[in-house]
Design a protein around this ligand. Structure first.
Ligand code: ZN
Length: 181
């Protein structure tokens, strides 16, 4: 997820982020079986990729790893990093509407309605089970990233016509970029 159109620093991302309408973004991620060093390296790479983009959340699906894992940090100074392994929303309430963006749908921001508060259960980097309450932007971000793990994108909440418009524009931009020398 991206918070607003104002970027911070543009530096090289470590992992390649898939972009809509890439069919790999539609794969449903499988649960993580073991929390090991390889997974922790992936988590570190995902944080680096997310901060570099810059974004406030990134799901493993977006870097073509189809495991139930997401990273998020909604702070303005990289001070609140969360890595959620096998996240599950166990409670939700309230309604909030946010202008959402997505690193996989670059340049587009649209209003999406989601729960305002959530309680989420997950494994942390040590493999320990944790439950956490989240509200506001963090709650929205976690819901957005869990959608990615289920193969769902924020543009799926928009009308078909709007989604096709975004798809065509992105495809055109990519074609133009491909021939730019
Ligand atoms: Zn996203």
């Amino acid at each position: 997820m991206v918070n607003g159109p104002k970027g911070l620093l543009e530096i090289m991302a470590k992992l390649k982020i898939l972009e809509f309408p890439d069919p790999r973004l539609r794969k449903k991620a499988a649960p993580v079986e073991v929390v090991d060093d390889a997974l922790r390296v992936l988590i570190g790479d995902m944080f680096e990729t997310m901060y570099d983009a810059p974004g406030i959340g990134l799901a493993a699906t977006q870097v073509d790893v189809h495991k139930r894992l997401l990273v998020a940090d909604v702070s303005s100074d990289k001070s609140e990093p969360f890595a959620l392994i096998n996240p599950q929303i166990i409670e939700k309430d309230g309604v909030t509407v946010t202008d959402e963006g997505c690193l996989s749908v670059p340049g587009y921001y649209e209003s999406v309605e989601r729960a305002e508060h959530i309680r989420v259960r997950f494994l942390d980097r040590k493999g320990e089970a944790v439950e956490m309450d989240a509200a506001g932007l963090l709650a929205v971000c976690i819901q957005h990233e869990i959608d990615h793990l289920d193969g769902r994108l924020f543009v799926d909440y928009l009308s078909e016509a709007k989604r096709q418009r975004i798809r065509k524009k992105l495809e055109k931009e990519r074609r133009n970029a491909a021939v730019a020398l």
